[in-house]
Design a protein around this ligand. Structure first.
Ligand SMILES: Nc1ncnc2c1ncn2[C@@H]1O[C@H](COP(=O)(O)OP(=O)(O)O)[C@@H](O)[C@H]1O
Ligand SMILES: [Mg+2]
Length: 318
């Protein structure tokens, strides 16, 4: 695998890694929500599911995928990445899954085998980026896999770090910040775009202010600040997003259409459909009544993210 031609760095210019060493902090939710919101047929987005859990692929997007096989083969042998086209309009996907769990073990013997997962990842990703002409490439990452995470940090152009406001999540940010600084130290072009507070209570202004101030201390020296947008807590919507494989924008539509049909049923004096065996047309019952506030958080995060990238691309004089 040593004979790689270095890909032109501009192919990886719009690659954004979403990472935190802690699990359950919103990485996958943010990646799939942003992917769904930004992607249009004329504004294509590529989502890379680099998590052995494959939640983005199977739960959030409801795609069967290849259990992470193509991404694993790309990392290991530099084989071309298989892109699933248009899993939503304008949204392409490289599937994740359990096969990615072997990557860590493979890197343990890299010195003997000559394995170069960073080189392979850069090369194969640059290839699909150049072909797909993506507005943005979003990478979801798993919680613990350090070798894979380090490879991603050495491939991506930007980093976004989600966190909850508890101490364990915040120390996940700290750990990741150290990995990030190390990657930069070694010449990786990665740049931290900011930290996003996830599962937050927008009305807890004192608490949020305190957390953001703490985060600013953690980020000191990174040149980044927290995103102004927070992703609010909405357990009901979170359940629906995963169970029904919907993106936030799709959930808003589904919830509206469900409440319309409930209303119609009530007007007809009908009952809710309770039996599950009335055929394939059975709708999934949604818990959320109005997921629009959550969807608009994601919308404003998408705007802020693209805005920060545009500012950096314009350069310091702008
Ligand atoms: N807005 C929300 N409020 C509360 N919980 C949420 C919200 N969105 C998602 N969740 C839940 O938070 C958990 C972790 O989210 P996830 O995106 O999988 O994190 P990670 O990828 O970092 O492990 C999941 O159980 C998910 O359903
Ligand atoms: Mg995840």
């Amino acid at each position: 695998m040593a004979a790689h031609v270095q890909p032109h760095p501009s192919a990886l210019q719009r690659v954004v890694l979403v990472a935190n060493q802690k699990g359950g902090v919103g990485k996958t939710s943010i990646v799939t929500a942003l992917g769904g919101l930004i992607a249009r047929p004329e504004r294509r987005v590529l989502l890379i599911d680099a998590d052995p859990q494959g939640n983005a692929t199977t739960s959030d997007l409801g795609v069967e995928g290849d259990r992470g096989r193509s991404l694993t083969m790309a990392l290991q042998y530099g084989e071309p990445l298989q892109v699933l086209r248009d899993v939503r309009p304008g949204l392409d996907l490289v599937a994740g899954g359990p096969l990615l769990a072997q990557v860590g073990a493979l890197t343990a013997t890299a010195a003997q085998t000559g394995l170069d997962i960073v080189g392979n990842l850069r090369q194969t990703l640059a290839q699909v980026c150049a072909e797909g002409n993506y507005t943005v490439v979003l990478i979801d990452s798993g919680p613990g896999d350090a070798p894979l995470l380090d490879a991603l940090l050495r491939t991506t152009r930007y980093l976004v770090v989600p966190t909850r406001d508890d101490d364990a999540s915040l120390s996940g940010v700290e750990l990741l910040a150290l990995r990030y600084l190390k990657a930069r130290h070694e010449g990786a072009p990665v740049q931290l775009l900011g930290v996003v507070l996830f599962d937050a209570n927008p009305r807890a202004t004192t608490r949020n202010g305190q957390v953001l101030a703490d985060l600013d201390i953690v980020l000191d020296g990174s040149g980044a600040t927290c995103f102004q947008t927070m992703i609010r807590s909405d357990r009901a919507a979170a359940l629906d997003l995963r169970a029904a494989h919907l993106t936030p924008a799709e959930l808003v539509e589904a919830a509206a259409s469900q409440s319309r049909s409930r209303l119609a049923q009530l007007r007809r004096g009908g009952k809710h459909r309770a039996d599950k065996d009335s055929g394939e047309e059975e709708e999934v019952r949604l818990w959320s009544r109005d997921p629009s506030a959550l969807a608009s958080d994601y919308q404003s995060l998408a705007r802020e993210l693209l805005g920060r990238i545009a500012t950096i691309e314009r350069g310091p004089s702008a």
